[in-house]
Design a binder for this molecule. Structure first.
Ligand code: SF4
Ligand code: SF4
Length: 393
């Protein structure tokens, strides 16, 4: 979002917010939200402050990871979604290229985020960022994230911090942050660092209880908090069975899970993956809505139905971390398997697996007939090791 256009964009949103403020507050909406009346009822979009950045972003952003259609991004922006999330590594760069085609005409309408998995040399990182900006057809992003880091030692590395700081000084990004599947540790470390400005966290109804306290602390310290991984699996679009008398409910479990995330006022935006116009319509429709009792029941039911089938490592479960006698981080392997079996995305599973260190690969399990590690959620880890062998061999 360019500064001048951003100002008028925010002004319009703020004016609309004042006009609607009374009814929204009394209806139980978060007071910090701003409602844009520029759109029709169906397209109504709510905005929240993005940490201390000074930007207001739609409370549902566009998770572009598996998206292949630039028209979908155009449509999302036209509806009022103004937060776009991509990464250097998604689809081996094709994802940034697709977003770039849209940025050619819509760069000043969005808050654009990309991510880089830093390498060991400064120059490699400089080259990666230059390449990303070229693909995105812009000279800067609004937020550059250190991609997918679970270990706080890594986000405090001087060489990584210098690269991100330099990128900000050069104007290649306005803000810097971290993305993680280990939210509590990384949020706490980011606050202590007084360096990072935003954290993108895996967050859903399965998140361990300590995560909420870390989110609150980080948000109160001024960090921007962005949620991802609302679902543990792909999107079932079947509506939740309606148990109300008027039989008017049409919410899907995906919508209920997004609402669950947005119940937390310390979450500034969340980025469900959108790959179709149906996803876009579903997601836009839940902005500003509260989670109903029926939907809470439905989430509980969904949890029971999927228990023991999918790993919760993507939302920070570390139940099997450090439990392997041979030092293999089996939670990382299980997280990758979940991309294949939960999200149905084998390419993503392989991409993530390829980023694991040699010591955390299934080759290290060759001498075990049975995995002695126990999953706190009842997954059969011997079976999972076998699946990993088949998938990643
Ligand atoms: S395998 Fe089980 S214990 Fe390990 S991270 Fe996944 S859900 Fe948690
Ligand atoms: S199969 Fe063996 S080496 Fe692999 S994680 Fe399980 S116990 Fe560790």
């Amino acid at each position: 979002m360019e500064k001048s256009n951003r100002r008028s964009f925010l002004k319009n949103a703020a004016i609309a917010g004042t006009a609607a403020g009374m009814s929204l507050t009394t209806a139980g909406f978060f007071p910090g939200r701003i409602y844009s009346e520029e759109n029709s009822d169906f397209n109504r979009v709510f905005y929240r402050d993005l940490g201390s950045t000074g930007y207001k972003v739609s409370e549902i952003g566009f998770g572009a990871m598996n998206m292949r259609d630039p028209e979908l991004v155009h449509a999302a922006i036209d509806k009022g979604i103004n937060y776009i999330d991509t990464a250097h590594g998604y689809m081996k760069g094709v994802n940034e290229e697709i977003i770039g085609r849209v940025m050619k005409t819509k760069r000043n309408k969005v808050f654009l985020t990309t991510k880089i998995h830093p390498r060991d040399t400064y120059q490699e990182n400089v080259d990666m960022l230059d390449k990303s900006l070229k693909r995105l057809q812009t000279d800067h992003v609004d937020l550059l994230l250190l991609h997918n880091e679970s270990d706080k030692k890594q986000i405090l590395r001087n060489d990584f911090m210098k690269f991100f700081d330099d990128a900000r000084k050069k104007g290649q990004t306005r803000h810097i942050g971290v993305s993680t599947h280990n939210p509590a540790e990384i949020l706490d470390a980011s606050v202590e660092s007084r360096f990072w400005e935003a954290v993108l966290i895996a967050y859903n109804y399965l998140s361990p209880p300590d995560v909420d306290a870390s989110i609150k602390k980080a948000r109160e310290a001024g960090l921007a908090i962005i949620g991802m991984k609302n679902l543990r699996t792909t999107r079932p679009r079947r509506p939740i069975p309606d148990i109300r008398k008027d039989k008017s409910g049409k919410t899907t479990i995906q919508q209920a899970l997004i609402k669950w995330v947005l119940q937390n006022p310390y979450i500034d935006t969340t980025i469900p993956g959108m790959t179709s116009f149906e996803h876009l319509a579903d997601d836009v429709a839940v902005m500003g809505m509260e989670l109903s009792i029926d939907e809470r029941h439905a989430i509980k039911q969904y949890d029971e139905n999927t228990k023991g089938r999918y790993c919760s490592g993507v939302v920070g479960c570390n139940g099997c971390k450090n439990k392997c006698p041979n030092g293999v981080e089996i939670n990382e392997i299980n997280r990758c398997i979940n991309y294949a079996y939960g999200y149905g995305d084998i390419e993503l599973a392989r991409e993530n697996y390829s980023e694991l260190s040699r010591l955390n690969r299934v080759e290290m399990c060759a001498d075990c007939e049975e995995c002695v590690v126990k999953c706190v959620n009842g997954l059969n880890l011997t079976e999972n090791i076998q699946r990993a062998r088949e998938l990643f061999a």
